[in-house]
Design a protein around this ligand. Structure first.
Ligand SMILES: Nc1nc2c(ncn2[C@@H]2O[C@H](COP(=O)(O)OP(=O)(O)OP(=O)(O)O)[C@@H](O)[C@H]2O)c(=O)[nH]1
Length: 341
């Protein structure tokens, strides 16, 4: 078939809601499709693309380095993981050149950003001739929804409470063709049944709502939706001050040597209590361990797991990204350094 345009899905959702977990499952089980997952990574860190590629260390050998720090990793099943450092437009043009090898593109938008800015970029003249927006999927953190963590009692975004945060959360929901409620395993069964109603109370439109655990969803519900998102949203008419919302977040990269894992977590917990830390993610190098430890913090919950052995030629270190508001980088560094051994 001579494919005219590549279908593209935007995956939005607040920090730590479960976007990468969803996409990493798509990459592992792409249901016969060759999927390219595009993820933005900070200039000084590749944590997100590393988590996405997960245990597939062989993929490191098969990497296409593009200008401005962008990279395309070819996975053994024909899927691509694309780390965008600086130039989203250039990455999308590169993928358009590989049209024959790609069935679908999924773009993870950063949790601190409004997906509308990505929709606008995809709607630009040269990209819209290559890609069609299949749908916008927003991942909503189930436990956060159950607690009402980012919403007012009325459920409406209000800018009068400190809440570019709330505004961002609501804007990410408002744009969705599909809302995936994540982490329902962490919600009490009695509350689980009420989550959909709670979500509907926040929504001003009628997206499909699907619950998921550990990022597992029937792929048929994700692909080939042809939602006509551009027409529904009338992108040109949306008037949001993107800069104002997105500039309110700080991201600090911390690099350390070997650490004591329990000490690291207790220091992180201390910082989370002291500062407005929303998200912590990265890898820890532990003494006498061949395995790399993944550290994942969302709010005050910190999970640890091992994903794979360190590679023979890989630089081993503890490498964390901390995202929040008005962070004090020196205090973060000094506190976490105490976990070094
Ligand atoms: N218990 C549980 N944990 C989950 C589930 N889905 C995701 N998580 C965990 O939640 C944390 C954040 O998940 P991610 O997929 O990295 O979230 P994200 O939205 O990509 O995060 P950012 O890119 O930082 O915005 C990780 O520790 C995941 O393992 C789930 O269904 N159940």
């Amino acid at each position: 078939m001579n494919k005219q345009k590549i279908p593209a899905t935007l995956v939005s959702g607040f920090l730590g809601s479960g976007k990468t977990t969803l996409l990493s499952n798509v990459l592992k089980q792409p249901a016969g499709r060759r999927v390219a997952v595009v993820v933005s990574v900070p200039a000084d860190s590749s944590i997100d693309s590393d988590i996405l590629r997960g245990t597939d260390i062989d993929a490191v050998d098969n990497v296409c380095r593009l200008p401005l720090g962008n990279r395309i990793y070819e996975l053994s099943n024909g899927c691509l993981c694309c780390a965008v450092q600086d130039d989203f437009h250039h990455m999308m043009k590169e993928l358009a050149h590989r049209k024959a090898d790609i069935d679908h593109v999924m773009i993870e938008t950063p949790g601190t950003e409004l997906p509308i800015s990505f929709l606008r970029r995809l709607s630009s003249e040269d990209l819209s001739s290559q890609f069609t927006i299949d749908s916008v999927i927003t991942v909503a953190d189930g436990p956060a929804l159950a607690d009402g963590r980012y919403t007012t009692a009325s459920g409406l975004a209000s800018r009068s409470i400190d809440t570019d945060l709330q505004f961002l959360y609501q804007a990410q929901l408002d744009i969705a063709d599909v809302v995936l409620i994540s982490k329902t395993d962490l919600v009490f069964p009695a509350m689980r049944r009420k989550l959909q109603d709670k979500l509907k109370g926040l929504l001003t439109h009628d997206p499909d709502i699907i619950s998921m655990q550990h990022g597992l969803v029937n792929p048929d519900l994700l692909f080939d939706r042809a939602c006509n998102t551009e027409q529904r949203l009338e992108i040109d008419k949306i008037d949001i001050d993107e800069q104002q919302v997105e500039n309110g977040f700080d991201s600090v990269i911390i690099k350390l040597g070997k650490v004591d894992s329990d000490l690291l977590v207790s220091r992180l917990q201390m910082l989370i209590r002291e500062q407005s830390v929303y998200r912590t993610k990265g890898f820890a190098e532990l003494p006498n361990k061949m395995m790399r430890q993944v550290v994942q913090g969302v709010g005050s919950r910190i999970d640890r797991s091992y994903d794979r052995r360190w590679g023979a030629d890989e630089e081993r270190s503890t490498h964390l990204q901390i995202i929040g508001r008005q962070l004090d980088p020196e205090r973060l560094m000094a506190t976490l350094r105490m976990a070094e051994v």
